[in-house]
Design a binder for this molecule. Structure first.
Ligand SMILES: NC(=O)c1ccc[n+]([C@@H]2O[C@H](COP(=O)([O-])OP(=O)(O)OC[C@H]3O[C@@H](n4cnc5c(N)ncnc54)[C@H](OP(=O)(O)O)[C@@H]3O)[C@@H](O)[C@H]2O)c1
Length: 484
């Protein structure tokens, strides 16, 4: 692991939910395992003028305690030598100049070389203002390195993403920018690259000759919870498909990069998106949850959730089919599916292999056996299952399916939180697990026509696997979604 240079980690939006629930606990975990190097300061920045260094530390201590972090770790993280607070008020140029002065003072007091991370944990509509204000105050450069981390969502369609990229590039070079998709910080997602490119066993099978289809599911059993204000204007296409599921699809489909290097990996991922055919409306199913039962409990319809319009047309479910028109994947459908209030919480990639081309075990019909499949579970129980056929003991041939199973939890006592991994990568200057400007635009280019002319939203019962129409997407394969 590369040594982390002395730095100051500036969080804009430090009084918000993301900071309390993810960023602080992840920074705390990194501090607790001495991963942040000899000198690491955190400067929380918020609009609130009522906080000062001391009261902000108190707030952070409470937030960390609420995350069940031991007191001795809390004392180390929220210490008066490490954690500070600065207000930006309404965010005028003078406010940002004051922020710059505070950073310089902290650096001077602590003998720091000027390495700075600016983490935008702000509402998306504030991103352009904050980025321009950082640039306006000259905070886009320093005597050391400056890195800008931008939370999701990055734009809400192609035009807004292009505009945001333009604002970013007016002040920051692309190599300074780290766009977050926290799915990329998950161990199993990163392991996809190792699995594919460190094992000569699988790569020769990874193509249209051997693979029949790929299914990518990110299912939630929770409903919209307290996020209706945001979700009503977003929907599952923007919230999940354009970013997380499409990231998983590009990692699954990409060619072998020339090296395990950010630019090489990012280039191959973008090439996949450029090969995806325009999505046909008949290959998309949008759904919205109606009332139903989850874990035996009645749950309300989406339209009856607080903050949701009674006639809302927002989709809480999407299933769609992508066709990647390149030599490796021609004719292999990639099915993407996500939804709220589904039967269970699970994220997985199912790679279904073709059946044997010649079948010798007659009178068994080849169609009666399950095809080989590889199931990559991203959550909740991270691991892999490789399903294959075996002979059941006894006379004659009886074929049944068995699996080879790997679970991270059986081998490793603790997996780092995705944010822990990503924050450390930012501090090391490794952009491999972040979203590039061209990827984000290529992805929006694919989905914007659908967003502008959305297919009809159909209802599904909470606690089900979505509307029955979603099964029809796989009808030409003579089956429905794989049940694992
Ligand atoms: N929360 C999550 O679990 C989560 C997960 C994934 C991604 N994200 C992303 O992370 C970002 C932050 O989310 P959040 O849930 O933490 O939001 P939040 O709770 O609403 O907090 C936003 C922060 O931004 C500040 N803020 C609001 N308007 C501002 C303005 N005009 N100028 C300067 N600061 C302003 C808020 O300050 P005040 O407190 O003073 O209003 C607060 O500190 C969003 O982009 C979100 O999409 C969040």
């Amino acid at each position: 692991m590369a040594e982390i240079e002395p730095h100051i980690f500036v969080i804009l939006g430090a009084t918000g939910d993301l900071t309390a629930r993810k960023l602080l606990p992840s920074l705390n975990a990194l501090i607790a395992r001495n991963a942040l190097g000899p000198k690491s300061l955190i400067l929380g920045v918020g609009m609130e003028t009522e906080f000062n260094d001391a009261s902000f530390r108190d707030k952070c201590r409470q937030d960390l305690a609420a995350a069940n972090i031991p007191q001795e770790q809390i004392a180390q993280t929220a210490s008066d030598k490490r954690l500070f607070y600065q207000t930006t008020g309404k965010g005028t140029p003078e406010d940002y100049e004051k922020l710059g002065q505070r950073i310089e003072q902290l650096e001077k007091d602590n003998g720091m070389p000027g390495n700075r991370v600016f983490y935008l944990a702000l509402p998306p509509k504030v991103f352009p203002l904050a980025i321009a204000a950082l640039g306006g105050a000259g905070l886009n450069k320093s005597n050391g390195w400056v890195r800008l981390v931008i939370e999701k969502p990055f734009g809400r369609d192609l035009k807004s993403a292009q505009e945001l990229n333009k604002v970013v590039h007016q002040s920051f070079e692309e190599k300074q920018v780290y766009r977050i998709d926290h799915y990329l910080g998950k161990e199993t997602v990163q392991n996809l690259l190792v699995f594919r490119f460190a094992n000569a066993l699988f790569e020769p099978q990874w193509n249209r000759d051997r693979i029949e289809s790929v299914e990518i599911t990110v299912a939630e059993s929770l409903g919209v919870e307290h996020r209706a204000g945001y979700y009503e204007g977003a929907g599952a296409l923007r919230d999940m498909i354009q970013n997380h599921l499409t990231q998983l699809a590009t990692l699954t489909a990409m060619e072998v990069p020339e090296a395990f290097r950010a630019d090489a990996i990012r280039r191959e991922k973008v090439k996949v998106l450029h090969s995806v055919l325009p999505i046909r409306r008949e290959d998309v199913v949008l759904g919205q949850y109606a009332a139903g039962k989850i874990d035996g409990k009645d749950v309300p319809a989406y339209r009856d959730e607080p903050g949701v319009a009674k006639d809302s047309q927002t989709e809480t479910f999407v299933a769609l089919r992508l066709e990647i028109e390149n030599w490796r994947w021609h004719g292999v459908p990639f099915f993407l599916r996500t939804g709220k209030r589904l039967a269970s919480r699970s994220s997985e990639i199912v790679v279904t292999f073709r059946r044997p081309p010649v079948w010798i075990f007659k009178p068994f019909d080849v169609e009666t056996i399950q095809p080989n499949s590889l199931v990559i579970t991203i959550q909740p129980d991270e691991g892999f299952d490789l399903y294959f056929e075996i002979k059941a003991p006894g006379q004659g041939v009886r074929i049944q399916q068995s699996d080879l199973r790997f679970r991270y939890s059986e081998l490793f006592p603790r997996l780092p939180e995705a944010y822990e991994t990503l924050l450390l990568d930012v501090l090391q200057g490794d952009a491999t697990l972040f979203v590039s400007d061209d990827w984000v635009e290529a992805s929006w280019r694919l989905y914007t026509p659908l967003l502008e002319n959305k297919p009809k939203v159909v209802p599904y019962a909470a606690g089900s696997w979505g509307p029955p129409e979603a099964d029809a997407l796989l009808s030409d394969l003579g089956r429905t979604w794989t049940k694992t």
